[in-house]
Ligand binder design. Structure first.
Ligand code: SF4
Length: 566
């Protein structure tokens, strides 16, 4: 097995290819990893015991490790119970808070292609459509008959890929990823897809979500000799696959998935297979599509629209789909558990033009706005929404009440990342660069301001004050979700519970804190009815843990809420 590793370039990007045609030697891998690379006949058993043969991260190279270490522990059982969690909350991933970026953040988007001659270009456009799910890094890995080719970098998709990098990504299969970096530091080695050299060949993995038992699994793996190169849950999965007693990759992936607990949408690619799997509760959105004879996978259907494809169906909880030269194979790695799709996807994260479970996001948000209007009508002159995610709900509120909808707030789309100024005065100025109140719309008016959520409350206060400074005589805040009181462990970057204003204050105290004339949140019942999923399933098939503290999986005190793709 030969390989080539290119060090990161000056922009911090990584481009690599490996396989028979590249340069490098197994001796280097042996030196790095200690596995028995010199004796092919022994490789498989040694590799199984020692973990991965190698992981490739540009300038670094690592393996997991102690030959002869015993495999296996009892699988960590996933429970099908609602967990009321009251433990300490440790979120190493929460980003620095500048008073403006007081929003929840989706942490990853995935895209996959099987059977298309221009797989890399499809990924490029698919990732563009998923850019709202992660802006810190992007990556594409393609597979042709012999090699993997990949390129990853820090930044937006348009910054990471160009005419020099895309043509090198040859092959008809691909996995791709956008990621939001939670720690605020450059972590190129965590950018996905992660590419591993595994005893049966090469493996590329891209994930969206978070494994709640990753810390326990990681400790066990490390005790058994595995050496980790990233803080990514994805690498935990790779080690579990590598240590599986099954030689067949599909069986090895099933074996690994059987040991993890959490919310995840996984794409695993070998040179001749693409495997897609969704967690047993279906917490994260994951959909299969087609483009001609090719198969597509994506976190959201908007990515299919971007490449001219069409959605076929959402993956079922616990489902595992395998694509190879014989076509599509439907399989499962476990029985489906109580369905618990993330309600915040409908409220805030997903793009309005996406559908989840055949429910259009814009339409669901409009219904939330209508329901909010019936639950908390207030006489006013104008309704406005905080751009972009609250505009649909604001339109619904306006339609229901007959109060005209107006663009009272405008987002400046071209500020990019602004330097956080040291003084409070300049920081306020930075806020105004990102959002403006339209004076001619709100001056002398009683304004209903619709937002999708309140996290710490600081953003709401600033926006209410913007409207007042622009002349609004009253500002009534309506929130198209219930109070956000609990952290998320399933791949959403949330602050500690003690920073969540709804966990610390009554609604009247929040109203005063954000300087609003009145404040109402959508009820949970109203939210679930507005989304419109079947009433047959418990909680209509949603996770609402951040509102009601009922987690669909076991949550250990060691669980971290940082992104699993971090
Ligand atoms: S806790 Fe909230 S944000 Fe996290 S998956 Fe559940 S509904 Fe979504």
């Amino acid at each position: 097995m030969l390989y080539e590793i290119r060090a990161s370039d000056e922009e911090g990007n990584q481009s690599q290819s490996h396989g028979q045609s590249a340069v490098g030697s197994d001796a280097q891998a042996m030196a790095a990893g200690g596995a028995d690379m010199a004796a092919p006949a022994n490789r498989s058993s040694a590799a199984r015991n020692s973990g991965l043969l190698s992981m490739e991260f540009g300038s670094s190279f690592a393996s997991g490790t102690v030959p002869g270490a015993e495999r296996a522990w009892d699988a960590v059982a996933s429970s099908d119970v609602e967990t009321l969690w009251s433990g300490d909350y440790y979120n190493e991933g929460t980003s620095p808070h500048d008073g403006w970026t007081d929003k929840l953040r989706e942490e990853c988007g995935v895209f996959g292609v099987f059977g298309h001659p221009d797989a890399a270009s499809l990924c490029y456009y698919g990732l563009h459509a998923l850019q709202h799910r992660g802006q810190e890094s992007a990556g594409i890995c393609t597979a042709d008959a012999d090699n993997f080719h990949y390129h990853r970098g820090m930044g937006l998709v348009k910054e990471v890929f160009d005419n020099n990098t895309l043509p090198g990504l040859q092959g008809t299969g691909a996995v791709a990823h956008v990621r939001y970096s939670t720690a605020g530091e450059s972590k190129l080695q965590n950018a996905q897809p992660l590419v591993f050299k595994y005893r049966e060949g090469d493996l590329a993995i891209a994930t969206n979500g978070n494994l709640v038992n990753a810390p326990e699994l990681r400790r066990k793996l490390e005790r058994m000799g595995s050496i980790f190169q990233t803080t990514s849950d994805t690498e935990v999965l790779a080690h579990l696959i590598a240590r599986s007693e099954h030689d067949d990759i599909v069986d090895a992936v099933k074996d690994a998935l059987g040991q993890i607990v959490g919310a995840y949408a996984f794409l695993v690619m070998t040179k001749d297979k693409l495997i897609a799997a969704l967690d047993p509760h279906g917490l994260r959105p994951f959909v299969m599509g087609r483009l001609g004879d090719a198969y597509l996978f994506a976190s959201e259907t908007c990515a299919f629209d971007a490449v001219g494809g069409e959605a076929v169906r959402d993956l079922e909880p616990g489902e595992l789909l395998v694509l190879d030269r014989d076509g599509l194979h439907l399989d499962r790695f476990t029985e489906a558990k109580k369905r618990a799709i993330c309600a915040m996807e409908y409220i805030y994260f997903a793009r309005p033009d996406s559908d989840i479970d055949a429910i259009n996001i814009h339409s669901a948000r409009k219904r939330m706005g209508k329901r909010l209007a019936t639950e908390s009508f207030v006489d006013a002159d104008v309704v406005t929404g905080v751009p972009d995610s609250s505009i649909s709900a604001a339109i619904g509120f306006a339609e229901q009440t007959g109060i005209p909808y107006e663009l009272g707030l405008i987002k400046n789309r071209y500020t990019g990342r602004t330097f956080i100024q040291p003084s409070q005065e300049l920081r306020e100025q930075g806020v105004k660069m990102k959002l403006s109140a339209v004076r001619k719309v709100v001056e002398g008016k009683r304004v209903v301001m619709i937002d999708d959520s309140i996290v710490r409350g600081t953003t709401s206060l600033r926006i209410v004050n913007l409207l007042r400074e622009a002349g609004a005589t009253e500002v009534h805040v309506r929130i198209s979700s219930p109070p956000f009181q609990n952290p998320c462990f399933y791949g959403i970057d949330t602050p500690d519970r003690k920073e969540l204003i709804a966990a610390q204050k009554s609604i009247e105290e929040i109203r005063k804190a954000i300087n609003a004339d009145s404040l109402h949140f959508l009820s949970q019942e109203g939210l679930l009815e507005a989304i419109g999923r079947t009433a047959q399933e418990e909680n209509r098939g949603h996770c609402t843990a951040c509102f009601d503290n009922k987690y669909p999986t076991e949550i250990t005190d060691h669980a971290k809420a940082g992104c699993g793709c971090d």
